[in-house]
Design a protein around this ligand. Structure first.
Ligand SMILES: N[C@@H](CCC(=O)N[C@@H](CS)C(=O)NCC(=O)O)C(=O)O
Length: 246
């Protein structure tokens, strides 16, 4: 390896986990620069100047390779394939294989990440249940890929696996937050392959980290419910019988 690489991120962020997993899976040595997302950032935390300069939305993950920087997980994953070419590749070199990887990364983003975030941030029980059902349907789709090949886009790991891995890190936490359906067997077996690989230790949560995350989201849920109730009772108290404010 000729370049120096740094990952700017935080253990709570699923998008950071995509990049952390790919770097470890490819055996790319790198530094870690701690940048907590705003929801968990200490008040006195000072954002690194280079992060302000090079992450246009002030989002993690951001990666530095030599003098260059890039933010946004999927573009970063692809960029690392180009700028660190001497490590094992996760993007197929042939056009057809690369196109399939790109299409599946987009599907994981839309079909797995969207309901995953829906379960995390859900407040109403029916919305959480809807997100849980969508996540379950998406996992059936993933299982259908795994019925054909051992990895999400072929006979060996690719960037699609990097994009999906945050779900496996968070599965237990998602259960505590309202994800109810069982994970298909094909996905469970695949999870075993991921956990045996060299990328996993770079992303796996400790039980304490999982508990911390769940407690944070449950507290957020409770607070939003209480705020809504207070608003509703306040409005009811201040309303005339025909519903207009008094
Ligand atoms: N599309 C981006 C999304 C990254 C993202 O949303 N990161 C969150 C943390 S998980 C963030 O940095 N949000 C800004 C903040 O919290 O200040 C990607 O794929 O990298």
């Amino acid at each position: 390896m000729t370049c120096e690489v740094d990952l700017y991120g935080h253990w709570t962020c699923p998008f950071v986990h995509r990049v952390a997993w790919a770097l470890a899976e490819r055996g790319i040595d790198h530094g870690h620069v701690e940048v907590p997302p705003s929801a968990v950032r200490p008040k006195d935390f000072v954002l690194p100047q280079e992060f302000i300069a090079h992450s246009p939305r002030l989002e993690i993950p951001m990666v530095r390779v030599g003098e260059e920087y890039l933010a946004d997980s999927i573009p970063v994953l692809e960029w690392l394939e180009v700028v660190v070419p001497d490590a094992p590749a996760l993007l197929p070199r042939d056009e057809e294989g690369a196109a399939r990887v790109r299409e599946r990364m987009g599907r994981i983003d839309a079909e797995v990440f969207t309901p995953m975030v829906g379960v995390y941030y859900g407040v109403d029980d029916d919305r959480i249940a809807t997100a849980s059902a969508s996540l379950s349907r998406a996992l059936e789709g993933v299982a259908a890929w795994l019925d054909v090949e051992p990895w999400l886009a072929g006979a060996s790991p690719t960037l699609v696996d990097a994009v999906f891995v945050p779900f496996l890190v968070r599965e237990g936490a998602l259960r505590s937050l309202g994800f109810v359906d069982p994970v298909p067997d094909a996905v469970l077996e695949y999870a075993g392959r991921i956990r045996a690989g060299r990328g996993w230790p770079a992303v796996a949560w400790t039980p304490e980290q999982a508990d911390e995350l769940v407690a944070r989201f449950l507290a957020r849920r409770r607070k939003t419910r209480v705020n809504r109730e207070t608003r509703t009772t306040g409005a009811a108290r201040g309303a005339s019988p025909d519903g207009r404010p008094t």
